[in-house]
Design a protein around this ligand. Structure first.
Ligand code: ATP
Ligand code: MG
Length: 439
């Protein structure tokens, strides 16, 4: 992509409405623009990152055999009256009336819709277990939308649902999802710690929030400092071996980590320097709720003994759009964003120090072509502006690699290669630079 053709409205000034660094940087880097309180347009740069995160989330859901589908954003009120949540959900639900005076709503979550899908087509225990997910926009009329996309009103969520015949099998689904979450966040280059979370009035012990530690987070959290070193990549775990998977989950969870609601200082097994008391950002939440929806909504299956039983369910959310902000909170410096390689909007930024100079233009075109041929996403700053502005923008948008082309280097047969994260710069031949980048 040529920057002269790319819509990248960067800002030099810090927008006064933004209270936290990720929000400031997302506005300054031209990633999003607010349309209305808590409702954002995703500009080209931000949208590229959103799609990359979404794709990693998708791949890890697919890897555990979860089926992707797509449910609507608009739902009929009747379904929520059946589950009993129509009144309970309160003011956070955006209620809509259609031309026939039917009560509709913009979905804040999808338990009712998925349960309806299930009950219409599934009859027998032979048709479960079943895992399904979608990645869809949600609307919650939050009382205080703030921090940009971190607490929006319209936001993108991956929500998955499991259906099982009994508790043992349901627990296995929960464990699979637990593993998928650990793998997802590891691939995204962040440490998200699974913390025992409140299950509210439903009870049960099966609920974990995945939390990225950050001073700007909204939740107060407590965890053993061992979590900072822990490997959550889940390598070598056998998904299909229930005992093996359960063992790994138990081992992973053996160190203390709890959200504020679940933290009881008197009962906390770690103390002193070993206990980290800080704040965090909830990026995922997994939840086993048994028959809470299947019972009132009549989602039952015939068991092997011919008896009809309500299915056991769980639901599993990831805040896809919140993650964009959370990743920036976890990775930035005074000059801007530092994207982890896996989600960077482009892998390489190519800076032409002297646009209009024949030799520089030709060299840049050559490199641009080579990177594109090697299928490496490159943003070529071919704008006719001062070099200082190009450097500042490139640092701000945080691409992992920068290649800088100027007349002096060209005369000596070298280019400058900069790694955004380490800050390391080196003068190398073009071939060496392409090698380093992996072209
Ligand atoms: P929170 O406690 O932050 O309000 P929640 O517990 O209500 O979130 P869930 O229903 O568990 O949220 O939704 C799953 C995920 O969706 C959350 O873990 C979070 O990452 C994301 N999410 C929830 N609300 C918002 C929001 N208003 N803006 C952006 N992301 C959100
Ligand atoms: Mg939650």
């Amino acid at each position: 992509m040529r920057l002269s053709q790319f819509f990248l409205p960067t800002l030099k000034e810090t927008p006064s409405e933004a209270q936290i660094v990720s929000h400031r940087l997302m506005l300054r880097a031209g990633m999003v623009r607010q349309l209305s309180a808590g409702i954002y347009s995703w500009l080209p740069l931000g949208y590229r990152v959103l799609k990359k995160i979404e794709q990693i989330v998708r791949e890890e859901q697919d890897a555990i055999g979860c089926n992707e589908l797509l449910m609507p954003t608009i739902q009929p009120a009747e379904l929520w009256q059946e589950s009993g949540r129509y009144e309970d959900y309160g003011l956070e639900m955006l209620r809509i009336t259609d031309r026939h005076d039917r009560n509709m709503l913009f979905g804040p979550t999808n338990e009712e819709v998925i349960t309806d899908i299930f009950r219409k087509d599934v009859r027998s225990y032979k048709q479960v277990p079943q895992l399904m997910y979608h990645i869809q926009w949600k609307f919650r009329d939050e009382i205080r939308p703030r921090f940009g996309v971190m607490r929006g009103r319209e936001f993108l969520m991956k929500d998955a649902y499991s259906f099982d015949i009994d508790y043992e099998s349901s627990r296995h689904a929960y464990n699979k999802m637990f593993l998928a979450y650990c793998r997802t966040f590891s691939r995204l280059g962040v440490k998200a710690i699974p913390m025992v979370a409140d299950t509210g009035p439903i009870g049960g012990d099966l609920s974990h929030e995945f939390i990225i530690l950050a001073d700007t987070g909204e939740s107060e959290v407590f965890c053993d400092k061992k979590w900072l070193e822990k490997d959550l990549t889940g390598q070598g775990v056998d998904l299909n071996d229930r005992t093996n998977l359960e063992g790994w989950v138990q081992k992973t969870l053996q160190d203390y980590a709890a959200t504020e609601e679940k933290h009881v200082p008197e009962n906390c097994p770690v103390a002193g320097d070993d206990l980290i008391a800080t704040r965090g950002i909830e990026v995922g939440h997994i939840f086993h709720f048994g028959t809470k929806y299947s019972e009132p909504m009549g989602a039952t299956v015939l068991g092997p003994d011919g008896k009809e039983v309500p299915v056991m369910m769980g639901s599993y959310g990831i805040g896809v759009s919140r993650l964009v902000g959370a990743l920036i909170e976890a990775s930035h410096d005074e000059n801007g964003i530092i994207w982890p390689e896996e989600v960077a909007p482009f892998r390489v930024g190519l800076i032409n120090l002297r646009t209009g100079d024949d030799a520089c233009d030709a060299a840049c075109e050559d490199i641009y072509g080579k990177l594109k041929n090697a299928k490496i996403d490159v943003l070529y700053d071919d704008r006719d502006i001062r070099a200082g502005g190009k450097f500042a923008d490139m640092d701000l948008i945080g691409l992992p690699w920068q290649i800088v082309i100027g007349p002096k280097g060209l005369a000596n047969g070298v280019v400058e290669l900069k790694n955004r994260k380490s800050g390391e710069r080196s003068e190398v031949t073009l071939e060496a630079a392409l090698n380093r980048i992996g072209a």
